[in-house]
Design a protein around this ligand. Structure first.
Ligand code: ADP
Ligand code: MG
Length: 628
């Protein structure tokens, strides 16, 4: 049933619902509450505790008195009583109160008790007659809203949807919207989460089985030691482990689909280089696809000398090279004259064809859609695939999310890296941090300023921050990079920043994952409370890539204590997996999945489900598929 057919929903309101992606009653049922308020606790007036919120059953003792105060604000006051005492109520701007509350009648009030002038008071309590119990005496769902919608609107629409689909009382769908009690709510969350996760796990396990049935090319042997000898550094044990795992995949005739997961700077590229070398020395082609021009050219700059040394021909194919040059490279790739190809989306353009593509590597794989990866896949025939990702995902989650892949984890940074010193601060530190920015630049370092939004006027947006800093540091050039700039202009600014021509860069999270600016020694994140911890950890990986001692400052601008506590985690830990796990516990896992990015059906997970469900769903799916 369309939302417009429900009571109380006209054209304007249905548009507001549509903004939340809600168009019919089934959408409404799938729109789980963001939170709940437990309004089941009742107290007598005498036992009310200041600061605590609860329900009170009481009778109206006098006529509500209305008065006008400044700015046309109205104030309504009245007193209510129960057998233990008297409670003073104040309502701001609520003219309906005078009509709705009748002297001598009883109601249930829900609000926060306060003591003032020796009186027990409540301000703007919610109330209703005792027979109704729709917003008091029960656990009340709190929905995510948008302009033009109130909690009342959404609750009323959801209630109608539950009726119109005759959702039975004990059904988890009813319990998630209208829980009988906390236990049933938790059960409902777990059941709904399980159903989603199980279906996903099953699909992933099927994909894996399909792949396992296929055969892959065998690349000639090359010992890791021999490879290491041509590098300017020694490999870490974790890198070697990932290489050994890769080696098995490409030596035993099966088809590789491996995810190499490791924190920013852990050296994933070398694992890719090793596999590519193996392919190319066997007479095959290998392609490395990166999400941006900058990343692609950085990869090429690192890998070309290495390939040269091994006598492997290579090229860089991006959108930026001239058409004539591009056509020439594409001919050489198609003829098999070039073996190792690094590039951007240009690799999947229809004019790019390969002669013998047997290994496909995608860097920052979550930045590509499934269709893009599949297009590249189709250019080879049963090519091995290697994905690289710096998104730190807790292991249990990774297992499920990447269920169709084998996973190698690089859990160690190359020696000599000093962890980024991180400070979570509030606005009181603003001036000090400005001073710190200047000191960093004066000392020859560069500074990233990261903002949560582009130009919504909330002072933490990139445009406002850029304007403010331009006023503070009048003698310095301050770059600005965000998603609304033309790709070309953004790349230009990024490029100049990475060459050291601009000392300070204000940016949204468009600053490329994996960008290597070793001279960047300070990152300041505005309104850091608006980011997930895992994301912040990934962001700060963009500093501390060179010799300089590096710092990350997290401004908690609007968030409260809970946010401050969350941000403190980053002061203490530098381990992406540990941080991801903590974030998972604190925020629920919804944000981690990003299944749409991974091209899987989007999950609709209720908040607050027990995360051990993830493991169970996967195990059950494997058992189902295994046939027992
Ligand atoms: P990421 O995992 O973030 O993609 P990279 O592969 O870009 O990391 O490596 C980061 C930097 O560390 C690069 O400059 C690379 O050359 C260097 N590097 C990689 N492995 C090692 C190592 N074992 N010892 C020292 N430096 C290394
Ligand atoms: Mg990388």
């Amino acid at each position: 049933m369309k939302i417009t057919e429900l009571k109380g929903i006209g054209a304007a309101r249905s548009k507001a619902f549509a903004r939340l992606g809600l168009e019919d009653t089934l959408d409404l049922l799938r729109c789980y509450p963001a939170d709940y308020e437990d309004r089941t606790v009742f107290a007598k007036i005498r036992t009310l505790i200041p600061g605590h919120t609860c329900c009170v059953r009481a009778m109206i003792a006098d006529e509500p008195r209305e008065s006008r105060i400044r700015n046309g604000l109205t104030l309504t006051k009245l007193t209510v009583v129960d057998e233990t005492g008297r409670l003073f109520l104040t309502f701001f701007n609520s003219p309906y109160v005078k009509q709705s509350l009748v002297r001598g009648k009883s109601y249930v009030f829900y609000g926060k008790a306060e003591f003032s002038n020796n009186r027990t008071c409540m301000t703007n309590p919610v109330f209703e007659t005792e027979s109704r119990q729709s917003v008091t005496g029960r656990i009340v769902p709190i929905y995510g809203l948008t302009k033009g919608l109130s909690q009342y609107n959404v609750r009323s629409a959801v209630t109608q949807a539950l009726e119109c689909h005759s959702v039975p009382d004990g059904d988890p769908l009813r319990q998630i919207h209208a829980p009988d009690n906390m236990t049933k709510l938790q059960e409902a969350r777990n059941i709904l989460a399980y159903n989603e996760l199980y279906a996903l796990a099953l699909r992933l396990a099927e994909l894996k089985a399909e792949r396992a049935a296929k055969a892959g090319n065998i690349f000639p042997k090359l010992s890791i030691d021999e490879f290491e000898n041509t590098l300017p550094f020694t490999l870490t044990a974790a890198q070697k482990r990932a290489m050994t795992e890769t080696d098995t995949d490409i030596s035993n005739g099966s088809l590789m689909a491996r995810l190499v997961q490791g924190d920013v700077g852990s050296g994933k590229t070398m694992v890719a280089a090793y596999a590519a070398l193996r392919a190319c020395r066997g007479g095959y082609q290998a392609a490395l696809m990166a999400p941006t021009e900058l990343l692609a050219s950085q990869h090429y700059a690192t890998l070309k000398p290495l390939m040269d040394e091994w006598g492997v021909s290579s090229c860089l194919l991006t959108g930026r090279i001239t058409p004539a040059n591009k056509a020439k490279l594409q001919r050489e790739i198609a003829d098999g004259k070039i073996d190792f190809i690094v590039g951007t989306h240009a690799l999947i353009s229809k004019n790019t064809a390969f002669s013998n593509l047997a290994l496909i590597i995608t860097d920052e794989q979550h930045r590509f859609g499934v269709s893009q990866r599949e297009t590249l896949q189709a250019k080879g025939n049963d090519a091995h695939t290697l994905y690289m990702s710096a998104t730190p995902i807790p292991r249990t989650l990774a297992l499920l999310l990447y269920g169709e892949l084998d996973v190698s984890v690089i859990d160690e940074l190359p020696p000599g890296r000093t962890p980024v010193k991180t400070y979570a601060v509030n606005e009181a530190y603003r001036e000090r941090i400005d001073g710190f920015i200047r000191k960093t630049v004066d000392g020859g370092g560069q500074v990233f300023i990261v903002c949560p939004s582009i130009e919504s006027p909330d002072f933490a947006d990139a445009v406002s921050v850029h304007e403010r800093l331009s006023g503070v540091f009048t003698d310095m050039e301050i770059g600005l990079a965000h998603g609304k700039l033309k790709q070309k202009d953004r790349a230009f600014v990024m490029d100049r920043f990475s060459k050291g021509e601009i000392p300070i860069l204000v940016a949204t999270t468009v600053i490329e994952v994996g960008v290597d600016v070793p001279n960047a020694a300070l990152m300041v994140v505005e309104s850091a409370e608006r980011f997930g911890l895992a994301q912040l950890h990934q962001l700060r990986g963009r500093v501390g890539r060179g010799r300089r001692e590096s710092f990350c400052v997290l401004f908690n601008s609007t968030g409260g204590e809970q946010a401050a506590k969350r941000l403190k985690t980053l002061e203490k830990s530098n381990d992406g997996f540990e941080i991801a796990e903590i974030d998972l516990q604190m925020r629920g896992s919804g944000d981690f999945f990003g299944t749409r990015q991974h091209g899987l059906p989007e999950l609709n997970l209720p908040r607050g489900y027990d995360i051990s469900i993830i493991k169970k769903a996967r195990e059950d799916a494997l058992r189902t598929l295994g046939g027992n």
